[in-house]
Design a protein. Sequence first.
Length: 296
Amino acid sequence: MKQHIFPILLLGGVALALASCAVKPQASFTMPVQKAVAPAKITFTNNSTNAESYEWDFGDGGKSTEASPTHRYMHSGNYTVVLKAQKGKKIITTKQMIQVTAPERCLIEIETTQGTMLAELYASTPKHRDNFVKLAEEGFFNDLLFHRVINGFMIQGGDPQSRGAAAGQPLGMGGPGYQVPAEFVDTLAHIKGAIAAARTNNPEKKSSGSQFYIVQGGPVSDAVLNQIEAARQFHYTPEQRKAYLEMGGTPHLDREYTVFGRVIEGLDVIDKIATVETAPGDRPKTDVKMKIRVIK
């Protein structure tokens, strides 16, 4: 009996020694900046060692299990980024803080069922900007539809009657119960991506309180711009001409409808929405919903 006790203890001791020498994971990461401006797209570089898996918490509700993830901060604030590196049952945690400040420009995010756009609202059209921001912060636009879509022209939404609207229901006449005075600015034009206010026919060209459209448009020539200048007695800047010729748009709407913003990321989303199948009346057969957030 005694001859068998020593080998068993020896084997057990070896097992304990191996366990005590096991290499623990080390958690470490770097980020390109400690301060950023919203919306901030940050790629985190994982420098951890001896880990089998990772868990990230970006401090704003976002999480990831990628090794070196990229995360987008949409709002200002001080965020604590936490990385957990795991090997077996061993978990080592490290954290760093990142400060995200508010943008100097007025920016909004337009999330749709066809993708997300980032847009700027112009300081030179303050009545339209302030009204749009107020409605967005109240949640007015959330779950409304792009109810009128014309490929090669524009996509239109903002009718409160479109929320939960039944198929075939006529849309386009709803609003918050007021209009916004026109704000025509020489430097703003209906180039692709422009955000402009819809309106009814009225002599003062007042805008709808909530309905807006985003320009897709089509090719534009110098001859067309010359015709519009002659008819409406104004001149496009060299920059506007260049943008129209390169990007296209709907110049025949200039000075008729107020342009108050532009899409600066996600022009492809406009094309995706513009090409959806529509029913008579230009309403998409499959609802294209929106959600609008102010970035601050």
